[in-house]
Write a protein that binds this ligand. Sequence first.
Ligand code: URP
Ligand code: ZN
Ligand code: ZN
Length: 487
Amino acid sequence: MSAEYDLVIRGGTLVTSTDVFRADIAVQNGRIAAIGENLSGKRAIDADGLLVIPGGVDTHCHLDQVEPGMGYGAQDFVTGSRSAVLGGTTSAISFVSQFKGEPIREVLAETLKRGRRSIIDYSFHQILADPTDDVIAELPAIIASGIRSLKVFLTYDAIRLDDRQYLRVLAAARREGAMVAVHCENYDAIGWLTEQLLAAGLTAPKYHAWSRPKVVEREATYRAIALAELVDTPIQVFHVSCAEVAEEIGRAQRRGLKVWGETCPQYFTLTAADMDRPGLEGAKYMCSPSPRDEADHEGLWEMMRQGVIDVVSSDDSAFNTTGHHAKDQNGPKAPFSAIPNGVPGVGARMPLLFSEGVVKGQIDLPTFVALSATNPARIYGLEGRKGSLMPGADADIVLWDPNKKQTITNALLQHGVDYTPYEGREVTGWPVMTIRRGEIVMQDGQMVAAEGSGAFLAREPYELARPLGRLANGFDAASYDTPGAAR
Ligand code: URP
Ligand code: ZN
Ligand code: ZN
């Protein structure tokens, strides 16, 4: 007699990062227990006509992140994770901030507290804005606690690192076995271009794109990779906007370096022309790097097909149009340089990737799963646990109707923001049920999970984040760059 599982999903088409096949899938104690035929369970769900995919893993979204001078973001762990499960995402990695001149510990404690309200499972990247000796000394304990990735910005006034500081962070990551995620844009080039645009009276939101053309992103990407090679630290380049930037990553990968690339739906759906709307309407589409143009969308799909870009995250970085944490914080007519950057998208991420990617023939089903779940889990130390339908993995499963048509509206996404840049966009393919660790958390567009039922994902040391062991001259400079070392 066959085993009686807690839950069996019957007759669906399973999609993994490598295969598409019809099978039943069984869940026991919150984990995937078996894949096969005629499985039986105490509870059965009929998935005939549906795709059965791993719950999405969004490794870049700013939920409940505190920002210098602005307090906590528009998207908190409750609104963000509600929208996430509606869109088929069951795990996310958000951020712990760090402010210049301040230690990490207080922000970390407060952010961990806020995370406890999450519905999806969650972890954090630790941002480093000021890698002083004291801050570097805090890192071993933070990384050992499961926050096994660091985030740095090579631009933005309040948080950017210069090259010397970036090298220090790479060195600390190398010593502790952490991945480094990098925002790559050239700070001085953007500052100089912005000054000239403002001097010329070119202040409307559309000039945001002019202030940071592709070359600014490409230069910083090249530099970020070269310095990571010098220190021998694995990195991921965040939010790649176009093929020219991805080519820098591809070149590094062909040389055997541990460099990965991420893009986001805004870079294959929006263009710089979206910002060419009056005032705050244009500001709704403003993010960094800037959206480019339609030819760049094609280039990004090619880079995803080639595997140079292996993750699609949301970079949900939400500002309301007006009110709390808003685009209009410096007035409705502020110049582009005084409008905060970022767009919401944690709920729209998977439907946009499916509709623009799979339905339009840009990528196949396994690539959709790889980009949205399996690869992000692997790159950030969650392999075997998240992003896969393998027996033993957490039973994070989405039942996806590949034919369901939806018109995206702000209300549909149920997030914490007063707009979506995808308002009115028609998509084909939509999740009808989301299961997190064996529990149904979304059914037919309604979240049915309790606030706080998400679990913190402490990430263990993992092979992918280890250095290659290739050092210039064989000298391990990182091992000397420790807090308090004689210099
Ligand atoms: O414009 C963006 N992407 N804002 C969010 C912060 C970041 O750069 O990731
Ligand atoms: Zn960024
Ligand atoms: Zn971001």
